[in-house]
Design a protein around this ligand. Structure first.
Ligand SMILES: CC(C)(COP(=O)(O)OP(=O)(O)OC[C@H]1O[C@@H](n2cnc3c(N)ncnc32)[C@H](O)[C@@H]1OP(=O)(O)O)[C@@H](O)C(=O)NCCC(=O)NCCS
Length: 130
């Protein structure tokens, strides 16, 4: 069985997290091989939720939040072996519960564009990226 826990990103093993990003396919779109930059992404994120199954890291939600208005969910990754078992949804729920008044904002990866509407997100037609 697995459960979500809120952790301090800086305390995670960077290589273990990089391995999870690879196992989920998210590593194709994140700088996991630039160790310094990836370590800083983990260190500076102020809301990190993970899931372990028998000690093995199988899921992560990495966000930046002000706790009261907006939570930017930058990375959501679930190990391929454990996908479609509710882990992703549990990570999002735990992220929301950690900062309940804040709305969650994210950019969907190409592989996940059909996922977010399915779990209750609404598409925003005036989102912009610089
Ligand atoms: C996208 C991702 C985080 C979803 O996590 P997950 O644990 O597999 O998803 P859940 O089990 O919570 O899925 C909940 C529901 O969404 C569906 N779903 C899961 N992944 C989906 C996808 N990529 N597209 C459409 N629906 C999807 C599930 O079948 C499930 O539906 P059901 O309850 O009717 O069976 C995970 O597949 C992943 O890590 N993908 C690769 C990395 C990625 O693209 N991350 C997103 C970055 S924005």
């Amino acid at each position: 069985m697995w459960k979500c826990e809120v952790v301090v990103g800086a305390e995670l093993d960077v290589e273990e997290v990089a391995e999870l990003y690879r196992a989920s396919t998210l590593a194709e779109r994140r700088p996991v091989d630039d160790r310094e930059r990836f370590a800083e992404m983990l260190r500076a994120a102020n809301l990190v939720v993970i899931v372990r199954s028998e000690g093995r890291l199988i899921g992560i939600a990495r966000s930046v939040t002000d706790n009261v208005y907006a939570t930017y969910l930058s990375d959501l990754a679930v190990d391929r072996e454990f996908q479609r078992q509710g882990v992703g949804q549990a990570l999002i729920r735990a992220t929301q519960e950690a900062a309940p008044p804040a709305k969650i904002i994210l950019l969907a990866a190409p592989a996940a564009v059909d996922y977010y509407p399915k779990i209750g997100f609404t598409q925003h037609h005036s989102a912009w990226v610089l």
